[in-house]
Write a protein that binds this ligand. Structure first.
Ligand SMILES: Nc1ncnc2c1ncn2[C@@H]1O[C@H](COP(=O)(O)OP(=O)(O)OP(=O)(O)O)[C@@H](O)[C@H]1O
Ligand SMILES: [Mg+2]
Length: 384
């Protein structure tokens, strides 16, 4: 062999080297001889084709790959076809795996075909990424449409409210009409609140980053939640250490985050129970500090909002951050989607743990300084 001489290795050493090289390739390789006997099937190929351990060399490819008629067909054409498939794609029906493949002839020193080799790669993961991108584009389009609709609906809704107010004044003595008009106004107000929420969700998050006191943000969130939902006799304990550093954050938006979490907890507790909002500083990864880009831990504030309410079963828990997912008759299902969007814009993270029947804990993890500088996120519609 020419290379054996130039590299100063014996042919035997090179054979072993090539065998290891092909065996460890991250692409699948399958080679057959002119008679259709398998010469080589590397580990990745075995994995993809689900070929059991054991020697396959010398056996016919039709036999080894009998579970994959699609591949048998491709290989069957190797010595007949004028132009062989290059970077083609195929879905293995047997395993529902998509592979990208190239088929080449193996020629001897005289150019005579002595075999064929199939190189291939598992594209399932690539496909999933593409699918996610398509979904994101679709969501962006839906988001844009929702924004336009919300804008269009806002004005007639305001009109309904004003006109109903006028009507109410026209019938001061008719109790029944008064009641009906009041209902109209309330319904219009509720529709308006939903429109506002949709707009908040589809609008890109623009942060006004400033030195922000977490305890102030939480304090305002409690007032906001008290104004928007029924607290009843629920106890809210706020435990924020006095020496917690201020955050580089948008105070108004952080207030929205905690208010949404508190409102959800109020609604889950239905007037009775306890909520604890506690914060702490984390400096090392084991404390829970964030690792931007997987590197050094950065100073991080971890805020837990825990309630001793009913919790959620697993099938609900996995969907709660999805836009429009709600279990409430009057809910829009955007609360947590907005929360996540705001936390993301701060380069933070939100996680939830729950025990069905025992309570729920939302953990918001925020860097003391967001590592990307303040920001306009143009991709607001994606909601992730
Ligand atoms: N603390 C909690 N305890 C139990 N379930 C919760 C809690 N927080 C959220 N959930 C569940 O998550 C769902 C989604 O919450 P999200 O805030 O996104 O929407 P929503 O509260 O239903 O409606 P909206 O906030 O738009 O009025 C809720 O419908 C509820 O089922
Ligand atoms: Mg909510």
């Amino acid at each position: 062999m020419l290379m054996a001489k130039t590299a100063g290795h014996s042919t035997g050493q090179l054979d072993v080297f090539f065998r290891h090289m092909v065996g460890n390739m991250r692409n699948g390789v399958l080679a057959i001889d002119r008679q259709g006997g398998v010469v080589l099937l590397n580990d990745e190929a075995r994995r993809l084709f689900h070929v059991k351990p054991g020697a396959v060399e010398g056996r016919s490819f039709g036999d080894v790959l009998h579970e994959h008629p699609d591949i048998v067909r491709v290989l069957g054409g190797a010595f007949e076809l004028k132009s062989l498939p290059n970077r083609a794609e195929l879905r293995l029906k047997s395993t529902d795996t998509v592979i990208g493949y190239t088929l080449s002839l193996v020629r001897d020193d005289h150019g005579e075909p002595v075999g064929a080799a199939l190189f291939f790669k598992d594209l399932t993961h690539v496909e999933q990424i593409e699918e996610r991108e398509r979904l994101r584009d679709r969501l962006a389009a839906v988001g844009e449409m929702a924004a336009v609709m919300a804008h269009e609906i806002k004005n007639p809704l305001a009109g309904i409210e004003v006109l109903a107010g006028l009507l109410r004044r026209k019938v001061p003595d008719n109790a029944e009409a008064q009641g009906l008009v009041k209902d109209i106004i309330n319904e219009a107000k509720m529709a308006n609140a939903i429109v506002q929420e949709v707009l908040a969700f589809v609008r890109p998050v623009r942060l006004q980053v400033d030195r922000t006191s977490l305890s102030e943000a939480v304090g305002s969130a409690v007032s906001l939640a008290d104004g928007k939902a029924t607290r009843g006799s629920i106890l809210v304990d706020v435990i924020v250490p006095r020496d917690l550093p201020s955050l580089g954050a948008d105070q108004h938006q952080l207030t929205q985050v905690f208010a949404n979490l508190l409102i959800n907890a109020y609604e889950a507790l239905e007037g009775r129970g306890r909520i604890e909002v506690s914060a702490r500083l984390a400096k090392t990864a084991s404390d829970g500090a964030l690792l931007p880009d997987g590197h050094q831990p950065v100073p991080t504030v971890v805020v837990d909002v825990s309630d001793d309410g009913p919790g959620m079963p697993a099938d609900i828990a996995e969907k709660i951050f999805n836009p429009f997912f709600t279990t409430k008759a009057q809910g829009s299902g955007l609360g947590l989607a907005i929360v996540r969007k705001i936390v993301d814009a701060h380069d933070g993270r939100i996680d939830m743990t729950t025990q069905d029947g025992r309570g729920t804990r939302f953990r918001v993890t925020l860097p003391v300084e967001p590592h990307k500088q303040p920001a306009i996120r143009p991709t607001g519609q994606h909601g992730s």
